[in-house]
Write a protein that binds this ligand. Structure first.
Ligand code: 13P
Length: 251
């Protein structure tokens, strides 16, 4: 094991048959060549059961892309953390910039989601990252600090220790413009200092911090080799089996 994690966020893509085909293609690649990193795939809700069935082969774990902030009950259209846990889902992306932007998810809602995830033994992959104007104004550290503190620092140490953080600068998501390896390393180091201040050096050192934003088979090795980069959260490139597999191999 390389201790790195590569998670594929399919977002709202693929039909039912295509989803199964993609998973089968991935498995045939994993069968041919061993990958050292921990691989997580995060398909849309309707395909989670296909993914958890195939996950029994042991090549990857399964994550959801979202959960309800509520535990259960009359919340039409919502999917609870408990439901996901009951179908062997292990991870859940929380606070993705697309959810913050298009669904107005604010800090209060995100803390409720983080709490729901942890109460139901799902591991949150908590996303933070600045928009382009914020970086251009030199506010990227301040923005990320606020997101990390408001989203996660209500947790006690044992709860926080379970969380994975993903640094995803919004300007790098789906744009083909990835953060440079140095920019990623710099922000990961900064996030780790925030964690150290709140939870101590040991927890800061062991927290997994993934990079996300236009990762592909060409740039992954450089970014993953940076100190403090514990892997990646991959969007578009996770929709093509060979490309995602190549990224997993680089981790
Ligand atoms: P892209 O890899 O398509 O830039 O998306 C990154 C992302 O948002 C993963 O959650």
């Amino acid at each position: 094991m390389s201790n790195k994690i590569v998670a594929g966020n399919w977002k709202m893509n693929k039909g039912f048959t295509e989803a199964e085909e993609l998973i089968e293609e991935l498995i045939s690649l994993f069968e041919k060549e061993e990958v050292e990193s921990e691989v997580i795939i995060c398909p849309p809700f309707p395909y989670l059961e296909i993914a958890t069935d195939y996950a029994q082969d042991g090549f990857f774990k399964v994550g959801a892309q979202n959960i309800s902030p509520f535990p259960c009950g009359a919340y039409t259209g919502e999917v609870s953390a408990g439901m996901l846990r009951s179908m062997e889902v292990d991870y859940c992306i929380i606070g993705h910039s697309e959810r913050r932007k298009y669904f107005n998810e604010d800090d209060k809602m995100l803390t409720a989601k983080v709490n729901q995830a942890l109460e139901n033994k799902l591991i949150p992959i908590f996303c933070v990252g600045e928009a382009l104007p914020e970086r251009e104004a030199g506010k990227h550290f301040e923005v990320v600090r606020r997101m990390v503190r408001h989203g996660l620092f209500h947790l006690d140490t044992s709860e926080f220790a379970k969380v994975i953080i993903a640094y995803e600068p919004v300007w790098a998501i789906g744009t083909g413009v990835n953060a440079t390896p140095q920019q990623a390393a710099e922000m990961h180091a900064y996030i780790r200092t925030l964690i150290a201040e709140r939870y101590g050096d040991d927890i800061a050192a062991q927290t997994k911090i993934l990079y996300g934003g236009s990762l592909n088979a060409k740039n992954a090795a450089d970014i993953f080799s940076q100190p403090g980069v514990d892997g990646g959260l991959v969007g578009g490139a996770s929709l093509v089996a060979e490309e995602f597999f190549e990224i997993c191999k680089k981790a």
